[in-house]
Design a protein around this ligand. Sequence first.
Ligand SMILES: Nc1nc2c(c(=O)[nH]1)N[C@H]1C(S)=C(S)[C@@H](COP(=O)(O)O)O[C@H]1N2
Ligand SMILES: [Mo]
Length: 360
Amino acid sequence: MSEEGKGAKTRRELLIGIGGVTLLGGIFLARGGAIKKQGIKAIQKIQTILPLPSKTLPPLPVDPALSIQGLSPLITKNKDFFRIDVAQELPQIDISTWRLTITGMVKNPISLSYSDLLKRPLFELDDTMSCVSNPVGGFLIGNARWLGCRLDDLIKEAGPLASADQVLSSSVDGFSAGFPLSNLDGRDAMIAVGMNGSALPIIHGYPARIVVPGLYGYVSATKWLSNIELTRFDRKQAYWISRGWSKLGPIKMESRIDMPADGATLAKGDTYIAGVAWAPNSGVKAVEIKINNDPWISATLGPALSGTTWRQWWIKWSATSGQHQISVRAINTSGEVQTPEIADVLPNGAQGWHSVSVRV
Ligand SMILES: Nc1nc2c(c(=O)[nH]1)N[C@H]1C(S)=C(S)[C@@H](COP(=O)(O)O)O[C@H]1N2
Ligand SMILES: [Mo]
């Protein structure tokens, strides 16, 4: 087996393991080992009071999931947010000595302490983060209100050389992720220090991580961030790239049926079919449902927090006796319809329509 194939398999095994455990009861495991007790203690120790953002988002709208049981909440609670990383042990970062550096092909290397970072103008960002290994219908995706400072401003201050084309970030534990410098095209990429109203939890990257709207985590979302290097794709490769995964990782348009669950047995009568759909960076314009061989029907959509957040969708369904196949597809604001063509997660993300089969 080639080095690439071997690495890719390792990653998939890891992910399958985590997915299984998550479904069993929300206990998170890091590559086969439980979070060390010390990590949990350290989470409790984080009492950082974050400064208020200089730019706030409107308060969150009423969540449709409050009235539709089984639908994913608009915002994923921190405790329910999926976790993916290759950390053998949770990094224990001493905030008094931690620094974020910006180095490499830059005119003015930068070094910031945690308090330097918190002094920068902070803004809020609603963004759905997805793992490239999220299968069609999978749960390696979550939506959060992040708090952080602009990444493009920081990089501008560092002054990238004209020949630099990659933003390669690395963590204290050696993980790295890289994306094209050209992706800093005005989108709200950030160095996040907060998540859903609290400091970044340790498992999600405390003290700081990168969040780039529209990109899968493996190319962008470095947790326990320590360095951002401006470099070139033809010189340096990030962690997962040499293990068979695509150099570029834009999140694909997808949709998921949350309920009814595949294989469920339902009572006859009125129920909901409901789920979430996402289409970075433009946003979801419509979601359509197909029941058996009936024509596609439009679902009702929940609020659109941003072009890079998921949207909840639902329809009321009067279930009749029998076996039913239900499929979903999203349509983005440019009118593009989610492709039915199936792709596996490797090398650049799963695609295809999610279907469930239920018995009434
Ligand atoms: N330090 C570090 N950061 C990391 C990773 C990692 O293995 N180590 N995995 C990345 C991947 S593949 C994903 S999908 C996201 C997941 O972020 P979450 O665990 O906060 O959901 O983190 C990214 N950041
Ligand atoms: Mo990922």
